[in-house]
Design a protein around this ligand. Structure first.
Ligand SMILES: Cc1ncc(C[n+]2csc(CCOP(=O)(O)OP(=O)(O)O)c2C)c(N)n1
Length: 293
């Protein structure tokens, strides 16, 4: 017996209107959506009493740029064969992805309140059999880049022009599989693929430089045959430009190293490893929502 159910279809005005998402969302609207995404992340994890708020908050603008500016996709048709793909490799940041999918219209906003419940379609880590718009079940770190390369190569074999985007954590890059995959993407000249690293400098136990130093991080990707683009990861214009630039790179994969802040947007969560995998208390939810009002 399955303990989880599929999400209800969305009936939001946005999703009914949206055929293919276009990049017409204004900067002010983008800022408002970013704030809403952060509010969703706080409310969802606070209500669930568990989850990963820190690495969800750091990824907000990356997801926003992709889903509202960069990618070609149809919320009403999650399996549309021509869609650009987004793969969340750091699967613990599921709240950020669920909030983004709900804001786009893949699922109703009120589903967000069910995060991590036994019968919810929104599990603590992503499950592609339950949530519309989720491309890969994740949670075991290190696998998403390999998966994304497979999806990108399939696109090439099938003469499809979709692009594949995969979001990794920087702590996740401690995994050897990431570098095996990186090597193969360069070898096979996978240029319909963009990896984004949410470079917030922290992982589960604190700062990367203390747990496992990744430096020199951009030089490592370059040495593995990737084009590296570095951006301020909370700037939508910089992210959008980086994705445009990545699209023009031929014969080589591209990685966007997005410099971000873990817990971004909530003063007491920023750069605080406690909120890697701990939900805010009811009091902290109140304080956070006040800051994000
Ligand atoms: C294979 C594997 N090992 C360990 C974990 C436990 N774990 C969950 S999140 C995390 C830290 C990830 O750090 P990072 O990728 O930097 O994520 P972010 O800081 O962006 O949340 C770890 C070790 C896991 N999910 N998978």
């Amino acid at each position: 017996m399955s303990l989880s159910r599929k999400c209800k279809p969305s009936t939001s005005a946005r999703s009914v209107k949206a055929e293919v998402f276009s990049s017409s969302t204004s900067p002010a609207e983008m800022e408002a959506i970013a704030r809403r995404l952060r509010r969703h992340i706080i409310t969802m994890t606070g209500r669930a009493g568990s989850g990963h708020p820190g690495g969800s908050l750091s990824a907000v603008e990356i997801l926003l740029a992709l889903y509202f500016k960069v990618m070609r996709h149809k919320p009403q048709d999650p399996h549309w064969p021509e869609r650009d793909r987004f793969i969340l490799s750091k699967g613990h940041a599921a709240p950020a992805l669920y909030a983004t999918l709900a804001e786009c219209g893949y699922l109703p906003l009120d589903e967000l309140a069910t995060l991590r419940q036994m019968d919810s379609c929104l599990q603590g880590h992503t499950d592609c059999t339950l949530t519309p718009g989720v491309e890969m079940s994740a949670g075991a770190l290190g696998q998403g880049l390999s998966f994304a390369i497979g999806v990108a190569l399939a696109g090439r074999l099938n003469a499809k022009d979709y692009r594949v985007h995969v979001l990794l954590g920087d702590g996740e890059c401690d995994e050897g599989q990431v570098w095996e995959a990186a090597m193969s993407a360069a070898h096979f000249k996978v240029d319909n693929l963009v990896a984004i690293v949410d470079n917030n400098g922290q992982q589960i136990d604190g700062w990367n430089r203390e747990v496992m130093n990744l430096d020199p991080f951009p030089a490592k990707w370059q040495a593995f045959g990737w084009q590296v683009i570095e951006v301020e990861g909370h700037s939508i214009p910089q992210l959008s430009q980086a994705f445009d630039k990545a699209k023009k790179i031929k014969g080589q994969p591209a990685v966007i190293i997005a410099h971000t802040v873990k817990g971004k947007g909530v003063s007491f969560m920023e750069n605080n490893p406690h909120f890697h995998g701990t939900a805010p208390t009811a009091e902290e939810v109140k304080l956070a929502l006040k800051e994000l009002a």
